[in-house]
Design a protein around this ligand. Structure first.
Ligand SMILES: *[C@@H]1O[C@H](CO)[C@@H](O)[C@H](O)[C@H]1NC(C)=O
Ligand SMILES: *[C@@H]1O[C@H](CO)[C@@H](O)[C@H](O)[C@H]1NC(C)=O
Ligand SMILES: *[C@@H]1O[C@H](CO)[C@@H](O)[C@H](O)[C@H]1NC(C)=O
Ligand SMILES: *[C@@H]1O[C@H](CO)[C@@H](O)[C@H](O)[C@H]1NC(C)=O
Length: 188
């Protein structure tokens, strides 16, 4: 009995160690080009992760939103300064333009049928860029100076297609309507 249960116990211990160490997989992710982010969270849906650095002296936050996506799809991440859902959110979107360039830009989501075209956000945003590596699309940006608290509501999204260089509407069931939450840019 003891002889047969020992390997099983060992396997269980090893398995739980693997599960514990993979609890925040984002911590192990290395960005190319010496980009370091101090904080990150694995988001609960859409195979997505948010990495960031908050700089108190300038009240700016450098973010990287990273999600699994096909090369024909799009990703978006947003802060909603006025509510919790999609409408009112101040978004960053990334996708492959039909000319073959991976592009990223800000777009305010003013309604459920937002244009998804480039536009100014309600706060400053700069240094927007994107990468596509190992089937993951990432959008980078510097937000701020932020006027408000560091605690924000955020929303993230993904869609399967881009038509005429505009992201098409996303699925409105399951994970795509659970992709919102609250976070604080201050560490701890
Ligand atoms: C800060 O609050 C103002 C006024 O409510 C809003 O317009 C702005 O978008 C907010 N900024 C952030 C980053 O939440
Ligand atoms: C492709 O189009 C985008 C959006 O208009 C533009 O920013 C980018 O420079 C273009 N890329 C090339 C290679 O022309
Ligand atoms: C934005 O990009 C410019 C040019 O690459 C760089 O000099 C600057 O430090 C960046 N700003 C921030 C806040 O990272
Ligand atoms: C998401 O992408 C990562 C990095 O390429 C990969 O390791 C992982 O298996 C992907 N997850 C799914 C569910 O496809």
């Amino acid at each position: 009995m003891a002889i047969t249960s020992t390997p099983a116990l060992l396997i269980n211990i090893l398995l739980s160690l693997v599960l514990i160490s993979s609890a925040q997989t984002c911590l192990k992710y290395t960005f190319p080009g010496n980009q370091d982010f101090n904080s990150c969270i694995d988001l609960p849906v859409l195979q997505a992760h948010l990495h960031w650095n908050y700089l108190p002296s300038t009240r700016t936050v450098h973010i990287a939103y990273r999600a699994n996506q096909t090369s024909t799809g799009w990703i978006a991440w947003a802060i909603n300064p006025t509510g919790t859902g999609m409408v009112g959110s101040q978004a960053l979107v990334a996708f492959y333009n039909s000319n073959g360039s991976l592009i990223a830009y800000p777009t305010p989501i003013t309604s459920y049928s937002a244009s998804m075209q480039p536009g100014a956000l309600s706060f400053q945003v700069s240094n927007i860029s994107a990468t596509y590596i190992h089937n993951q699309m990432t959008v980078f940006a510097v937000l701020g100076p932020l006027q408000n608290e560091t605690a924000v509501n955020h929303v993230w999204q993904a869609g399967n297609s881009v038509i005429n260089d505009i992201p098409s509407s996303h699925t409105t069931t399951g994970p795509n309507i659970q992709s919102m939450g609250a976070l604080n840019f201050l560490p701890g």
